[in-house]
Design a binder for this molecule. Structure first.
Ligand code: NAD
Ligand code: MG
Length: 391
């Protein structure tokens, strides 16, 4: 029996995780489920999975949930606030933490889980983008098992040697090939991008995801964040990571070896595959996903990314090369810009402009501690909001 805490249980990754868990009665036990403020869905999940704890960040939503839980006669203890997210990530009875909160809010509970030596299923890529060295140091110090859930990184993890030691050269690895669907605007005439709506940006051709990551996919910032994520996970330099546009999203990424071999992981675009891989590692379990039908796929295409159409990707490479707090600044500016776009305050094409302005306005400093990261994050958010309100 594996005891789980699911951070971000009501989201796209969280609900897919519970879907896999429900397929394997007796294998997994839910200790805690958390969400931002979605009390109704969290309540339904509590009824089905009977966790010991349910956490809502929002105080009023937690009060509502507490009432429903009591009326239903459940033994779930309802907690609230950011501290409770950390509390349920470090409980001694928890073996594994699924980190599936969206954005910077996921950093501190995920880091707490790493410091406590939990097995971490990492969906929250922002943790690595913001605080890669702090987080990886914590993982190493505590001996945490870290399994990437982001489909590309999960594919790379599967294609690397099982005993990969974090040194590409000594493992015979030449390059990491990170695939990207290109998002919903891959072929949209550039002039039309000025007028695209949040609804259009969130309608991804291959994946169903939360709104923030959907916009990131449309701007290709998602791929930029994933380049930085791959850097930290696999100790790969910016020049060792090649983005490959592959619109079918069947190959989830590839590893190129010095002898010319290229190993890929393929599958239907369904996050339950990497989630099931992470949950059962090193075993394999049914993910509830239909077999890949290569005859139906028939054709696979590949092309180089277009850095002019998608400046966010170039900005992410720039931030990775600048190092220090630059990726945290990039991430914070992006979160503010995406929220403003979803709120119809700025246009889609303004997203990279805001981020570039913020990166230019602030100096990247070395990251020695979590406080350096949180300071850069707060400052970047302030400057980004200022740019947006004065534009
Ligand atoms: P989502 O928006 O569907 O769900 C986010 C979850 O986090 C929800 O449960 C929400 O209640 C919770 N949450 C939001 N803000 C919070 C806050 N401030 N404090 C505490 N909880 C909060 O997002 P998602 O699509 O499931 O993505 C989650 C993470 O996984 C993101 O980091 C994303 O980049 C990553 N990821 C997602 C996918 C995907 O297919 N959805 C694929 C790869 C990686
Ligand atoms: Mg991905």
């Amino acid at each position: 029996m594996q005891n789980l805490t699911i951070l971000g249980a009501t989201g796209s990754i969280g609900t897919s995780t519970l879907d896999v868990v429900a397929r394997h009665p007796g294998k997994f036990n839910i200790i805690a489920l958390t969400a931002n403020r979605q009390a109704d869905l969290l309540f339904r999940q509590c009824r089905q999975f009977k966790p010991q704890y349910a956490v809502l960040l929002d105080e009023a939503a937690a009060a509502q949930l507490r009432l429903w839980v009591r009326e239903a006669g459940l033994n779930t203890e309802v907690l609230s606030g950011a501290g409770a997210l950390e509390q349920v990530s470090v409980l001694s009875e928890v073996d594994t933490v699924m980190a599936a909160i969206v954005g910077a809010a996921g950093l501190q509970p995920t880091l707490a889980a790493a410091r406590a030596g939990k097995k971490i299923l990492l969906a929250n890529k922002e943790t690595l983008v913001m605080a890669g060295n702090v987080f990886m140091d914590a993982v190493r110090a505590s001996g945490s098992v870290l399994l990437p859930i982001d489909s590309e990184h999960n594919a790379i993890f599967q294609a690397l040697p099982r005993d990969y030691n974090g040194d590409m050269a000594s493992n015979g690895v030449r390059r990491i090939l990170l695939t990207a669907s290109g998002g919903p605007f891959r072929n949209t005439p550039f002039a039309e991008l000025q007028h695209v709506t949040p609804e259009q940006a969130c309608a991804h051709p291959n994946w169903v995801m939360g709104r923030k990551i959907s916009v990131d996919s449309a701007s290709m910032m998602n791929k930029g964040l994933e380049v930085i994520e791959a850097h930290w996970l696999f100790n790969a330099g910016a020049d060792d990571i090649q983005v490959v546009v592959h619109p079918q999203s069947v190959i989830h990424s590839l590893v190129e070896y010095v002898d010319g071999s290229v190993l890929a992981q393929l599958g239907n675009p369904d996050m339950r595959i990497p989630i099931a891989y992470g949950l059962a590692y090193p075993e394999r379990i049914d993910a509830g996903v239909a077999a890949l039908d290569l005859f139906k796929v028939a054709t696979m295409n590949f092309s180089a990314p277009d850095f002019e159409r998608f400046p966010c990707l170039a900005l992410a490479y720039q931030a990775l090369r600048a190092a220090g707090t630059a990726p945290a600044i990039l991430n914070a500016a992006n979160e503010v810009a995406v929220a403003a776009f979803l709120d119809k305050q700025i246009s889609f094409l303004s997203i990279p402009r805001v981020i570039e302005d913020v990166l230019n306005a602030l100096t990247a400093n070395a990251v020695r501690s979590l406080d350096d990261v949180l300071g850069a994050d707060a400052e970047a958010r302030r400057v980004a909001r200022q740019r947006i309100s004065s534009s």
